[in-house]
Design a protein around this ligand. Structure first.
Ligand code: UDP
Ligand code: MG
Length: 337
């Protein structure tokens, strides 16, 4: 495998039904671009036959295919990090394994890089997802934009291209929970966005449950902003100030005007207010918990993932000879990221 110009990183989790179609479209699309390339598949602990299919594909195209096999499911973004740690190309493109991001669009991303950008984000022209995903994602996109200063029109689109420098910086970040497009954006000198097509999932179903999506958005918000925490202290001060003022008013009223009479007291319902404040406090504690949990994960400094095996040829290895040069798996189960 000679040093390629382009590296394509694809996370794979239980995609056995769609992989054949992906291979059939991805490789011709990359050949058509006309630059040397490698494809790095990261199997994120699939429980179906995905790993076996990836191994087959690696045996079929060992010159341009590399496979990283995780020993468990660590999530799409860590799978991409594992790919980033191994890329050899100068330009790196990420895309989903389910053919929702058409591989034929990669050329467009590269053209934008030719124009001098080091980060090219894809924006889905039409979005082929369920209506609740579209609405929730638009709302989260807007919220994120307000509190993180990261400008992305479509945070959910994984069809993106990055320069090698950015990818190196992302791989060097030791974060346990992360969100690649946002993290990469913070390292970009000249980011841009272009419209790309989006298709319905070719086969299988979405790997993101509502729960996983909520977790992902917590990663995104808390990973890139302290605003939720700071908002809470601001709000706490505001509530305290209002409570103090109310107290002064109520007491003044009682002393001077109407001992035992209903007036201001008409608006005063201690139980309801207490419920309200308890709710806020619990919510605030939850937000603090989110950050504390992350600190806890971070300080343990466990390896973020474990690799069972890497299927690849050593860099610079000549192309296989006439049929006798079977690819060899480099197995290092204890490799630390
Ligand atoms: N994925 C992964 N690990 C996970 C969940 C998803 O590697 O825990 C991969 C999945 O195989 C696909 C990509 O991430 O290539 C996007 O997942 P999916 O299509 O299910 O998400 P959606 O398009 O519904 O947002
Ligand atoms: Mg998808």
């Amino acid at each position: 495998m000679t040093i390629p110009v382009l590296s394509v990183v694809i996370p794979v989790y239980n995609e056995e039904e769609g992989l054949a179609a992906l291979f059939a479209r991805l490789y011709p699309a990359l050949d058509a671009i006309g630059v040397s390339y490698e494809v790095i598949f990261v199997n994120d602990g699939s429980r179906d036959r995905s790993a076996a299919l990836l191994r087959k594909q690696w045996e079929r195209r060992p010159d341009v295919t590399r496979v990283v096999l995780f020993n468990a499911n660590y999530g799409q973004h860590l799978a991409i990090v594992a790919g980033f740690e191994r890329v050899r190309g100068e330009r790196i493109v990420t895309l989903d394994a389910d053919l929702q991001n058409p591989p034929e669009e990669i050329g467009k991303l590269l053209a934008a890089m030719d124009a001098g950008h080091d980060y090219v984000g894809g924006v889905r022209r039409t979005r082929e997802d369920s209506w609740w995903r579209r609405i929730a994602s638009r709302a989260m996109n807007r919220l994120r934009e307000r509190i993180t200063h990261i400008k992305m029109s479509d945070q959910g689109c994984m069809l993106r291209a990055y320069s090698r420098e950015i990818v190196t910086a992302v791989a060097a970040s030791r974060e346990v929970s992360t969100f690649i497009p946002a993290l990469a954006y913070t390292f970009a000198a000249s980011p841009t966005e272009i419209e790309v097509e989006h298709a319905e999932r070719a086969a299988g179903e979405s790997k993101y449950s509502l729960y996983k999506l909520i977790r992902l958005n917590f990663d995104l918000i808390t990973g890139f902003s302290l605003v939720p925490l700071q908002m809470f202290s601001m709000f706490g001060m505001l509530v305290a100030a209002v409570a103090l003022a109310t107290y002064v008013i109520v007491i003044t009223y009682r002393i001077f005007f109407a001992p035992g009479e209903l007036g201001v007291l008409l608006l005063w319902d201690r139980d309801i207010l207490a419920f309200f404040l308890v709710g806020l406090i619990v919510f605030g504690m939850g937000i603090i918990g989110e950050y504390v949990g992350r600190i806890y994960q971070q300080v343990r400094e466990r390896p973020r993932y474990m690799i069972r095996a890497v299927l690849e040829r050593p860099a610079g290895d000549p192309a296989p000879g006439a049929g006798h040069d079977a690819p060899v798996a480099a197995v290092d189960p204890l490799r630390r990221p």
